[in-house]
Design a protein around this ligand. Structure first.
Ligand code: ADP
Ligand code: ASP
Ligand code: MG
Length: 483
């Protein structure tokens, strides 16, 4: 069985949704298609929800009208009259429920995370209705299934954690029978079900994760992430002009890349695939015949396969004068970060200066002033004398590839490339068991660092690979232009 996932750009308008239907038709049964909301719709829904909380009735009405129009434009391209009428009726119901949810927010005068998830789920739900109807109108038996009946999660609205065992049971009840009946299941990405049955979401960009969660629950043979680029690229194409497609990458490498900011995969996507060894392929809906990137347990080793940057981080430093206080300070800091649900992206300790360094993602936690205050209070409560420092607008730049940790010279090359590019390094982190070299730099230096590292480690292609694949860069340029 195959699980395919189609992202927002891939279902952005009627023509794109038909293209997705064509791709689905080429895959063998049994098959499921996980869909995101049409590009931009999730942001519109969130804007409407926020506006409703502050009495922005006019803006809410404008956004709801815009969302409705996007969905109805796609519905107009459903070939079969009956299917089109049924889809329009289902969309009307969905939009009416959206208006109800927004007026609940208006009455409450605030947007709870629970209501935000209920509202934002509208985009994926609408797309599942639309794609299933388009498939049926093309003669393909299809049914839509909403993941708030299937992907069991906790109740951390906005960033819910899945319960894989329960999801497996629910998928056996709610999805398997349709597959057995020969139907293509069109499944909502991004959303899940809290223990009380309410709708949760898996975090922005979470539809990739939905695909591997569904794949693992159904013991899929392969999960395909169909997107707007022809695979995992050697860097973010919006930052680096001459990127390459990475043809093979290991689960570890893909996880590091996603963790350190490569938007092509949601950071939690790979984990469900790892436990069952399910191959994950990244493919382009714009260039469906390209081989894309295959993610498996073992992949060809190269020193550096990709360079990436994760922005908007804080660099937290804790200086502990007394050596014997180090462990207590570390426990207090990690405890406070965990308690506040602040994600630690990288941590290191330079024992000579008794300095501990944490690069954290504190989005929504009030920046350095707030985080410093929290850490100082936690250290005081633990009776530890320490000085807390914090730097805002920091980026982590990573070079990813299984070879980086194995080759000792890579770190010195990495640092000298940054030195030549005039990029000051705030901290370094080389984990020997790992597949990435990372450094923290100022946010304003991140793009320059990525460009310099890409130039040094990736751009020089051996002549043999250039002659084997003469059209690769043309194809890529074309896809990026289209995307
Ligand atoms: P989708 O809507 O299909 O989920 P996303 O926009 O979430 O697509 O992710 C695809 C985008 O990720 C690409 O268009 C590209 O701009 C960006 N991206 C960033 N880093 C990389 C990378 N290393 N490889 C491929 N794409 C990347
Ligand atoms: N539609 C959701 C988002 O925009 C989920 C996704 O695209 O994966 O974040
Ligand atoms: Mg995405």
């Amino acid at each position: 069985m195959i699980v395919m996932k189609f992202g927002g750009t891939s279902v952005g308008d009627a023509a794109r949704v038909h293209q997705v239907a064509t791709i689905i038709e080429t895959q063998p049964n049994p098959r499921a298609a996980v869909v995101s909301a049409a590009s931009g719709v999730t942001n519109m829904l969130l804007d409407a929800a926020r506006a409703a909380a502050v009495d922005g009735a006019e803006l809410v009405a404008k956004l709801v009208a815009g969302i409705r129009a996007r969905h109805h434009d796609i519905a107009a391209a459903i070939g079969d009259d009956q299917e089109r009428a049924a889809a329009v009726a289902a969309l009307d119901q969905l939009h009416a429920a959206l208006v109800d949810a927004l007026s609940d927010v208006d009455c409450a005068g605030e947007l709870s995370p629970r209501n935000a998830d209920r509202i934002v789920a509208t985009g994926e739900k609408a797309m599942s209705i639309l794609l299933a109807a388009i498939l049926r109108s093309r003669g393909v038996p299809a049914v839509h299934v909403w993941a708030d009946r299937v992907i069991a999660t906790d109740n951390r609205y906005g960033n819910a954690r899945p319960d894989r065992a329960l999801t497996r049971e629910l998928a056996a009840q709610e999805v398997r029978p349709h597959l057995n009946a020969g139907q293509t299941v069109v499944f909502t990405g991004f959303i899940g079900r809290a223990p009380d049955g309410s709708t949760t979401t898996l975090g922005r960009g979470g539809s990739d994760y939905s695909a591997t969660l569904l794949g693992a629950a159904l013991d899929a043979d392969e999960v395909q992430i169909w997107t707007d680029v022809p695979g995992v690229l050697s860097a973010d194409p919006r930052q680096v002009p001459d990127v390459r497609v990475v043809s093979g990458i290991s689960y570890d490498e893909a996880q590091e890349l996603a963790h350190f900011g490569a938007k092509v995969l949601h950071p939690r996507t790979i984990r469900p695939a790892v436990s069952l060894g399910i191959p994950v392929r990244i493919l382009s809906t714009f260039l469906p015949d390209e081989p894309g990137t295959l993610v498996t347990r073992d992949a060809p080793e190269e020193s550096v396969k990709a360079v990436t940057a994760l922005n908007n981080l804080l660099l937290l430093t804790i200086d502990v004068p007394e050596l014997e206080d180090l462990a207590a300070a570390s426990a207090a800091v990690f405890g406070a970060l965990h308690g506040d649900r602040i994600e630690v992206v990288a941590a290191s300790q330079a024992s000579s200066r008794r300095r501990m360094t944490y690069v954290v993602d504190a989005t929504g936690h009030g920046g350095c002033a707030r985080v410093k205050q929290r850490m100082a209070a936690a250290l005081e409560a633990a009776d530890v004398d320490a000085e807390v420092g914090c730097e805002e607008d920091v980026a982590l730049v990573a070079a990813v590839g299984a070879g980086v940790a194995a080759a000792p010279q890579t770190l010195s090359q990495f640092l000298s490339v940054l030195g030549r590019a005039g990029v000051p390094v705030l901290s370094t982190n080389q984990q020997h068991s790992n597949v990435a070299l990372t450094v923290a730099v100022l946010g304003r230096d991140a793009t320059r660092a990525v460009l310099a590292l890409h130039d040094a480690f990736i751009r020089p292609q051996p002549a043999s690979s250039r002659s084997r694949r003469p059209r690769r860069s043309d194809m890529l340029a074309e896809s990026l232009r289209v995307g």
